[in-house]
Write a protein that binds this ligand. Structure first.
Ligand code: FAD
Length: 408
C-alpha cells in the first residue's frame, strides 16, 4: 500500500501539512500551481486522509489502483488476548476481561478471549471472568511464550473472526508480539493505555471508535488516540490499571478449539530463568502499599515508613524523586516509569502527586495522602487526606496502631 495525492483534486489548501507527524507532506509546483506531494518519509499512518477537505489523499495498492476503503462494519466484537504464565491464566487477562466487558456491553457485542498454551480449565476461568467465548489452543509449542507462533496464531484468529477491538496486556509478552500482529493486520495499535472508552454514538451504524487514553510527551498530557479508518483497533493496557470484572462460577460460555499454528519458527525457548525474588519487590500483588516521596527528606524517613509498613502488613513504594535521590531502590518506584499498582490501600507520604506518579496508583481502592501542602495534587485523587507534616503524623499513627494492638 502507499498513500498518494490525487493531484487534480488537490486545491493546494495545505490543511494536510500540519496533520502529518512525519513531515512527509510538502508543497510542489504542478502546472504552475502549488500542490501537496507525499514524500518517502510517509509511514502510512493515514492521518492526512481524513483531513483533506477534497478527499484528494488516497490509499493505493502497489499496482497503482485505488485501494478500496476498509469495510469497518465487517468487524464486530471485542477480543482479549489472555496470557498465561506456567500454564495459569494471568491476572492481567482478568483485568482486560473487566475492561473488555464494559466496552462490549456499550457496543452491544460479544466479548471473546484468545488463550494459548494453557489447559481447558483455564479457558473455563476466562468465561467465569466475563468472556462469552474462548478461542483456545493448548499445543505444547505454545506453553512457553514465543513471538513467532503466537503472532501467527493470533493474527489468524483475528482475521477469521474480525473483532473490532483487540486488547492485550502491556507486559513483556504483549509488548513483544502484539505490535507484530498489528503490522500483519495493518491495524492501528495504541500502547500502554490507562483508560478505554467508546466514542459516542455507540449504536449500530454509529461511529464506534475506541478512545484509547495514554500518557504522552513524558506524561505531561493524557492523549486520546483514535484509529478511525482501520479495524481492528488494538490496544495494550498495563497490568493493574483496569479493575477485574465480576467472577461468576456458574457463568457458561463456549470454548472453541484451535489447531496449532503452521508457521516457520526461527527461535526456540531453551530455558526459563525466574527473576531473583530478592530483587523483585512484589508491589503489583500488594494489598497495602505505604509509599514515600521527597517529603520524607532522606533514607531515615524511609526507616519510619518501613515501621508503618510492617505494622499494616504493607509493601514499601516510592516516588521517582525518592528513587533518584538514592533513598530507596528502583524496584519500589510507582508510576509511569515504575510499576502500576492497584492495592486495596495506598498510603502516600510526602508525595506531591505529579501526573507521572498518579498514572501508576490512582486506581487503588482507597488512597490516604499525607502532605503538608493542602494544595498538593495528590489530594485530588485521595479518598482521605491529612494536611500535616509526615514527621508528626507518621509517628502519631505508628503510636496509635501499636497502642491498639497492645504493642507498647
Ligand atoms: P515533589 O514533587 O518534590 O513533592 C514532595 C511533596 O512532599 C510536596 O508535595 C511537599 O508538599 C511534600 N512535603 C515536603 N515535606 C513534607 C513534610 N515534612 N510532610 C509532608 N509533606 C511534605 N514520578 C514518579 O513518582 N514515578 C514515575 O514513574 C515517574 N516517571 C516519570 C517519567 C517522566 C518521563 C517524567 C518527566 C517524570 C516522571 N516522574 C515520575 C517524576 C514526576 O514528574 C515527579 O517529579 C515526582 O513524582 C515527584 O516526586 P515527589 O512527589 O516525591 O516529589
Amino acid at each position: 500500500m502507499r498513500i498518494s495525492v490525487d493531484t487534480p483534486l488537490c486545491t493546494g489548501c495545505q490543511s494536510c501539512i500540519a496533520s502529518c507527524p512525519y513531515d512527509a507532506i510538502e508543497m510542489k509546483s504542478h502546472m504552475k500551481e502549488e500542490r501537496a506531494l507525499i514524500n518517502e518519509y510517509c509511514q502510512l499512518c493515514r492521518a492526512c486522509m481524513s483531513v483533506c477537505p477534497e478527499g484528494a489523499i488516497k490509499e493505493y495498492t502497489e499496482a497503482g489502483d485505488a485501494a478500496p476503503a476498509a469495510d469497518l462494519s465487517a468487524y464486530n466484537g471485542v477480543m482479549v488476548f489472555a496470557e498465561q504464565r506456567d500454564g495459569l491464566a494471568s491476572q492481567v487477562g482478568f483485568e482486560l476481561l473487566g475492561a473488555g466487558r464494559k466496552l462490549a456491553d456499550t457496543l452491544g457485542v460479544e466479548l471473546t478471549a484468545a488463550l494459548f498454551g494453557a489447559d481447558r480449565k483455564q479457558a473455563q476461568e476466562l468465561i467465569r471472568w466475563g468472556a462469552d467465548k474462548v478461542y483456545h489452543c493448548d499445543d505444547a509449542a505454545l506453553r512457553s511464550f514465543n513471538d513467532e507462533p503466537y503472532t501467527a496464531l493470533l493474527a489468524d484468529v483475528i482475521r477469521a473472526h474480525r473483532p473490532e477491538i483487540v486488547l492485550a496486556g502491556a507486559t513483556s509478552v504483549g509488548r513483544s508480539f502484539f505490535p507484530r500482529v498489528a503490522v500483519r493486520l495493518r491495524a492501528g495499535l495504541t500502547a500502554d493505555c490507562t483508560e478505554l472508552d467508546i466514542e459516542e454514538p455507540a449504536e449500530p451504524g454509529g461511529i464506534r471508535n475506541l478512545l484509547a487514553v495514554r500518557p504522552a510527551f513524558g506524561g505531561n498530557i493524557m492523549a486520546v488516540i483514535v484509529c478511525p479508518s482501520t479495524r481492528p483497533q488494538m490496544a495494550t493496557v498495563r497490568p493493574r490499571v483496569m479493575k477485574k470484572g465480576v467472577y461468576d462460577a456458574a457463568r457458561a460460555g463456549e470454548i472453541i478449539p484451535l489447531a496449532a499454528p503452521v508457521c516457520k519458527v526461527r527461535t526456540r525457548v531453551t530455558d526459563v530463568i525466574k527473576e531473583d525474588a530478592g530483587l523483585n519487590v512484589n508491589l503489583q500483588e500488594a494489598e497495602v502499599i505505604v509509599s514515600g516521596g521527597r517529603g520524607l527528606g532522606g533514607p531515615k524517613g524511609f526507616e519510619m515508613l518501613s515501621e508503618l509498613a510492617a505494622l499494616v502488613n504493607g509493601t514499601l513504594g516510592a516516588s521517582r524523586a525518592a528513587v533518584d535521590e538514592g533513598w530507596i531502590r528502583y524496584g519500589h518506584q510507582v508510576g509511569q516509569t515504575g510499576k502500576t499498582v492497584c492495592p486495596r490501600i495506598y498510603i502516600s507520604c510526602g508525595i506531591s502527586g505529579a501526573v507521572q506518579h498518579l498514572v501508576g496508583m490512582q486506581s487503588s481502592d482507597v488512597i490516604i495522602a499525607i502532605n503538608k501542602h493542602a494544595e498538593a495534587p495528590i489530594f485530588g485523587v485521595a479518598s482521605y487526606g491529612v494536611v500535616g507534616d509526615v514527621f508528626e503524623v507518621l509517628p502519631a499513627l505508628i503510636k496509635k496502631i501499636k497502642e491498639e494492638r497492645g504493642l507498647q
